[in-house]
Design a protein around this ligand. Sequence first.
Ligand SMILES: NC(=O)c1ccc[n+]([C@@H]2O[C@H](COP(=O)([O-])OP(=O)(O)OC[C@H]3O[C@@H](n4cnc5c(N)ncnc54)[C@H](OP(=O)(O)O)[C@@H]3O)[C@@H](O)[C@H]2O)c1
Length: 228
Amino acid sequence: MNSALITGASSGIGAATALRLAADGWQVVLAGRDRTRLEALAERTGGESVAGDLTTDDGLRQVADAANGVDLLVHSAGIGWAGAFADMPPERIDELVELNLTVPMRLTRAVLPPRVAFVASVAVVGVRDEDVYSASKAGLRAFAASLRYRGIATTTVFPGAVRTPFFHGRDYRRRFPRMVEPREVADALVDAVVRGRAEVFVPGWLTAADRVHGALPGVFHRLARRFG
Ligand SMILES: NC(=O)c1ccc[n+]([C@@H]2O[C@H](COP(=O)([O-])OP(=O)(O)OC[C@H]3O[C@@H](n4cnc5c(N)ncnc54)[C@H](OP(=O)(O)O)[C@@H]3O)[C@@H](O)[C@H]2O)c1
Protein backbone atom coordinates (compact mmCIF):
# COMPACT_ATOMS: atom_id res chain seq x y z
CA MET A 1 0.00 0.00 0.00
CA ASN A 2 1.24 3.51 -0.82
CA SER A 3 1.78 5.85 2.10
CA ALA A 4 1.86 9.64 2.42
CA LEU A 5 2.63 12.22 5.08
CA ILE A 6 0.60 15.41 4.69
CA THR A 7 1.45 18.64 6.51
CA GLY A 8 -1.38 21.10 7.14
CA ALA A 9 -3.67 18.06 7.32
CA SER A 10 -5.77 19.54 10.13
CA SER A 11 -7.49 21.97 7.75
CA GLY A 12 -8.36 23.09 4.23
CA ILE A 13 -6.36 21.72 1.30
CA GLY A 14 -4.23 19.40 3.44
CA ALA A 15 -7.31 17.78 5.01
CA ALA A 16 -8.99 17.40 1.60
CA THR A 17 -5.81 15.82 0.20
CA ALA A 18 -5.65 13.36 3.08
CA LEU A 19 -9.28 12.38 2.50
CA ARG A 20 -8.73 11.87 -1.23
CA LEU A 21 -5.56 9.81 -0.71
CA ALA A 22 -7.25 7.65 1.94
CA ALA A 23 -10.25 7.12 -0.36
CA ASP A 24 -7.78 5.91 -3.01
CA GLY A 25 -6.34 3.39 -0.56
CA TRP A 26 -3.25 5.27 0.63
CA GLN A 27 -2.05 4.96 4.23
CA VAL A 28 -1.91 8.53 5.55
CA VAL A 29 0.08 10.26 8.28
CA LEU A 30 -1.57 13.55 9.21
CA ALA A 31 0.56 16.44 10.50
CA GLY A 32 -0.72 19.71 11.94
CA ARG A 33 -0.94 21.54 15.25
CA ASP A 34 -4.59 21.07 16.24
CA ARG A 35 -4.74 17.63 17.88
CA THR A 36 -8.53 17.48 18.04
CA ARG A 37 -9.00 18.09 14.31
CA LEU A 38 -6.13 15.74 13.45
CA GLU A 39 -7.54 12.91 15.55
CA ALA A 40 -11.01 13.36 14.04
CA LEU A 41 -9.49 13.11 10.55
CA ALA A 42 -7.36 10.14 11.57
CA GLU A 43 -10.55 8.34 12.54
CA ARG A 44 -12.19 9.12 9.17
CA THR A 45 -9.14 8.09 7.15
CA GLY A 46 -7.82 5.23 9.26
CA GLY A 47 -4.54 7.16 9.37
CA GLU A 48 -2.12 8.22 12.09
CA SER A 49 -1.75 11.75 13.39
CA VAL A 50 1.27 13.69 14.58
CA ALA A 51 0.87 17.10 16.19
CA GLY A 52 3.69 19.63 16.20
CA ASP A 53 4.66 23.16 15.27
CA LEU A 54 6.84 22.74 12.20
CA THR A 55 8.68 25.98 12.89
CA THR A 56 10.26 24.44 16.02
CA ASP A 57 13.12 21.92 15.94
CA ASP A 58 11.19 19.48 18.14
CA GLY A 59 8.00 19.76 16.10
CA LEU A 60 9.82 19.23 12.82
CA ARG A 61 11.74 16.23 14.21
CA GLN A 62 8.55 14.60 15.52
CA VAL A 63 6.84 14.98 12.15
CA ALA A 64 9.93 13.72 10.28
CA ASP A 65 10.15 10.68 12.59
CA ALA A 66 6.47 9.87 11.97
CA ALA A 67 7.11 9.81 8.20
CA ASN A 68 8.76 6.41 8.59
CA GLY A 69 9.63 5.73 4.96
CA VAL A 70 6.53 7.22 3.29
CA ASP A 71 6.25 7.13 -0.51
CA LEU A 72 4.96 10.69 -0.73
CA LEU A 73 5.41 13.88 1.29
CA VAL A 74 2.77 16.58 0.76
CA HIS A 75 3.61 20.08 1.96
CA SER A 76 0.38 21.96 2.54
CA ALA A 77 1.05 23.83 5.84
CA GLY A 78 1.32 27.52 5.09
CA ILE A 79 0.26 31.00 6.14
CA GLY A 80 -0.49 34.20 4.26
CA TRP A 81 -0.20 37.92 4.85
CA ALA A 82 -1.77 40.65 2.75
CA GLY A 83 -1.29 44.39 2.91
CA ALA A 84 1.16 47.12 2.04
CA PHE A 85 4.69 45.71 2.19
CA ALA A 86 5.92 48.64 4.30
CA ASP A 87 3.28 47.75 6.94
CA MET A 88 4.37 44.13 7.25
CA PRO A 89 6.12 43.64 10.59
CA PRO A 90 9.63 42.19 10.07
CA GLU A 91 8.88 39.28 12.40
CA ARG A 92 5.89 38.34 10.21
CA ILE A 93 8.25 38.23 7.21
CA ASP A 94 10.43 35.73 9.08
CA GLU A 95 7.48 33.60 10.26
CA LEU A 96 5.94 33.43 6.80
CA VAL A 97 9.14 32.55 4.97
CA GLU A 98 10.03 30.00 7.64
CA LEU A 99 6.75 28.06 7.45
CA ASN A 100 6.11 28.42 3.72
CA LEU A 101 9.63 27.87 2.40
CA THR A 102 12.24 26.88 4.99
CA VAL A 103 10.08 24.18 6.61
CA PRO A 104 9.33 22.35 3.32
CA MET A 105 13.06 22.35 2.52
CA ARG A 106 14.06 21.12 5.99
CA LEU A 107 11.34 18.49 6.18
CA THR A 108 12.11 17.20 2.68
CA ARG A 109 15.78 16.99 3.70
CA ALA A 110 14.85 15.06 6.86
CA VAL A 111 12.51 12.59 5.11
CA LEU A 112 14.00 12.31 1.58
CA PRO A 113 10.96 10.52 0.10
CA PRO A 114 10.80 9.38 -3.53
CA ARG A 115 7.90 11.79 -4.28
CA VAL A 116 7.12 15.26 -2.94
CA ALA A 117 4.11 17.49 -3.60
CA PHE A 118 4.05 21.20 -2.81
CA VAL A 119 0.99 23.40 -2.40
CA ALA A 120 2.31 26.68 -3.84
CA SER A 121 -0.03 29.38 -5.23
CA VAL A 122 -0.77 31.28 -8.41
CA ALA A 123 0.85 34.13 -6.46
CA VAL A 124 4.17 32.83 -7.87
CA VAL A 125 3.60 35.34 -10.68
CA GLY A 126 3.80 38.17 -8.10
CA VAL A 127 0.62 39.55 -6.55
CA ARG A 128 -0.10 43.07 -5.37
CA ASP A 129 0.03 43.35 -1.56
CA GLU A 130 1.21 39.75 -1.16
CA ASP A 131 4.89 40.45 -1.81
CA VAL A 132 6.46 38.10 0.73
CA TYR A 133 3.85 35.38 0.28
CA SER A 134 4.41 35.46 -3.49
CA ALA A 135 8.18 35.20 -3.00
CA SER A 136 7.83 32.26 -0.60
CA LYS A 137 5.73 30.31 -3.12
CA ALA A 138 8.05 31.18 -6.04
CA GLY A 139 10.88 29.77 -3.91
CA LEU A 140 8.97 26.50 -3.55
CA ARG A 141 8.59 26.27 -7.31
CA ALA A 142 12.35 26.57 -7.86
CA PHE A 143 13.07 24.12 -5.04
CA ALA A 144 10.68 21.55 -6.56
CA ALA A 145 12.27 21.94 -10.01
CA SER A 146 15.77 21.51 -8.52
CA LEU A 147 14.85 18.35 -6.59
CA ARG A 148 13.91 16.64 -9.84
CA TYR A 149 17.62 16.59 -10.77
CA ARG A 150 18.18 14.43 -7.67
CA GLY A 151 15.69 11.81 -8.90
CA ILE A 152 12.94 12.97 -6.54
CA ALA A 153 9.62 13.19 -8.39
CA THR A 154 7.95 16.49 -7.55
CA THR A 155 4.51 17.91 -8.20
CA THR A 156 3.75 21.55 -7.51
CA VAL A 157 0.16 22.76 -7.36
CA PHE A 158 -0.70 26.41 -7.95
CA PRO A 159 -4.20 27.18 -6.70
CA GLY A 160 -5.97 30.49 -7.11
CA ALA A 161 -8.37 31.33 -4.28
CA VAL A 162 -9.61 28.36 -2.26
CA ARG A 163 -12.48 28.34 0.24
CA THR A 164 -10.59 27.49 3.46
CA PRO A 165 -9.90 29.14 6.85
CA PHE A 166 -6.81 30.68 5.16
CA PHE A 167 -9.11 33.54 4.17
CA HIS A 168 -10.58 34.11 7.65
CA GLY A 169 -10.78 37.79 8.38
CA ARG A 170 -10.07 38.69 4.76
CA ASP A 171 -12.67 39.34 2.10
CA TYR A 172 -12.11 37.82 -1.29
CA ARG A 173 -13.41 40.46 -3.67
CA ARG A 174 -11.90 39.46 -7.02
CA ARG A 175 -14.27 38.22 -9.73
CA PHE A 176 -11.58 35.91 -11.10
CA PRO A 177 -10.18 33.49 -10.48
CA ARG A 178 -13.38 32.11 -8.94
CA MET A 179 -12.97 30.55 -5.51
CA VAL A 180 -12.56 26.80 -5.73
CA GLU A 181 -13.25 24.16 -3.09
CA PRO A 182 -10.33 22.45 -1.30
CA ARG A 183 -11.52 19.14 -2.77
CA GLU A 184 -10.81 20.45 -6.31
CA VAL A 185 -7.24 21.28 -5.34
CA ALA A 186 -6.80 17.90 -3.64
CA ASP A 187 -8.10 16.07 -6.73
CA ALA A 188 -5.75 18.02 -9.01
CA LEU A 189 -2.81 17.37 -6.70
CA VAL A 190 -3.40 13.61 -6.34
CA ASP A 191 -4.12 13.13 -10.06
CA ALA A 192 -0.91 15.03 -10.93
CA VAL A 193 1.15 12.96 -8.48
CA VAL A 194 -0.22 9.71 -9.89
CA ARG A 195 0.48 10.84 -13.48
CA GLY A 196 3.92 12.21 -12.62
CA ARG A 197 3.02 15.77 -13.67
CA ALA A 198 5.45 18.43 -12.45
CA GLU A 199 3.04 21.39 -12.24
CA VAL A 200 -0.70 21.95 -12.19
CA PHE A 201 -2.80 25.12 -11.86
CA VAL A 202 -6.27 25.14 -10.27
CA PRO A 203 -8.48 26.27 -11.96
CA GLY A 204 -6.68 25.04 -15.06
CA TRP A 205 -7.00 28.25 -17.09
CA LEU A 206 -4.53 29.94 -14.70
CA THR A 207 -1.85 28.05 -16.67
CA ALA A 208 -2.41 30.65 -19.40
CA ALA A 209 -1.71 33.49 -16.95
CA ASP A 210 1.52 31.78 -15.94
CA ARG A 211 2.55 31.31 -19.59
CA VAL A 212 1.94 34.97 -20.42
CA HIS A 213 3.87 35.91 -17.30
CA GLY A 214 6.79 33.72 -18.39
CA ALA A 215 6.85 34.76 -22.04
CA LEU A 216 5.85 38.43 -21.79
CA PRO A 217 6.42 39.68 -18.24
CA GLY A 218 5.96 43.34 -19.20
CA VAL A 219 2.60 42.68 -20.86
CA PHE A 220 1.53 40.50 -17.96
CA HIS A 221 2.36 43.23 -15.46
CA ARG A 222 0.40 45.85 -17.39
CA LEU A 223 -2.63 43.54 -17.67
CA ALA A 224 -2.43 42.62 -13.99
CA ARG A 225 -2.26 46.30 -12.97
CA ARG A 226 -5.28 47.01 -15.13
CA PHE A 227 -7.45 44.01 -14.15
CA GLY A 228 -6.10 43.14 -10.69
N1 LIG B 1 -6.79 29.08 0.59
C1 LIG B 1 -6.28 29.63 -0.48
O1 LIG B 1 -6.89 30.49 -1.14
C2 LIG B 1 -4.91 29.21 -0.98
C3 LIG B 1 -4.56 29.57 -2.29
C4 LIG B 1 -3.31 29.19 -2.79
C5 LIG B 1 -2.45 28.47 -1.98
N2 LIG B 1 -2.82 28.15 -0.70
C6 LIG B 1 -1.86 27.40 0.10
O2 LIG B 1 -2.46 26.19 0.49
C7 LIG B 1 -1.84 25.70 1.68
C8 LIG B 1 -2.91 25.24 2.64
O3 LIG B 1 -3.70 26.37 3.00
P1 LIG B 1 -5.24 26.24 3.32
O4 LIG B 1 -5.95 27.15 2.40
O5 LIG B 1 -5.63 24.82 3.41
O6 LIG B 1 -5.24 26.95 4.77
P2 LIG B 1 -5.70 26.48 6.19
O7 LIG B 1 -7.04 25.81 6.10
O8 LIG B 1 -5.56 27.69 7.04
O9 LIG B 1 -4.62 25.37 6.62
C9 LIG B 1 -3.32 25.73 6.99
C10 LIG B 1 -2.68 24.52 7.64
O10 LIG B 1 -1.33 24.87 8.00
C11 LIG B 1 -1.09 24.39 9.32
N3 LIG B 1 -0.09 25.20 10.00
C12 LIG B 1 -0.09 26.55 10.14
N4 LIG B 1 0.97 26.93 10.87
C13 LIG B 1 1.65 25.80 11.20
C14 LIG B 1 2.84 25.53 11.94
N5 LIG B 1 3.56 26.52 12.51
N6 LIG B 1 3.23 24.24 12.09
C15 LIG B 1 2.51 23.22 11.54
N7 LIG B 1 1.39 23.41 10.81
C16 LIG B 1 0.97 24.69 10.65
C17 LIG B 1 -2.43 24.51 10.02
O11 LIG B 1 -2.42 23.69 11.15
P3 LIG B 1 -3.35 23.99 12.46
O12 LIG B 1 -4.69 24.45 11.93
O13 LIG B 1 -3.43 22.65 13.11
O14 LIG B 1 -2.67 25.04 13.24
C18 LIG B 1 -3.37 24.05 8.91
O15 LIG B 1 -3.48 22.66 8.90
C19 LIG B 1 -0.97 26.85 2.20
O16 LIG B 1 0.37 26.57 1.92
C20 LIG B 1 -1.45 28.06 1.40
O17 LIG B 1 -0.42 28.99 1.19
C21 LIG B 1 -4.03 28.50 -0.19
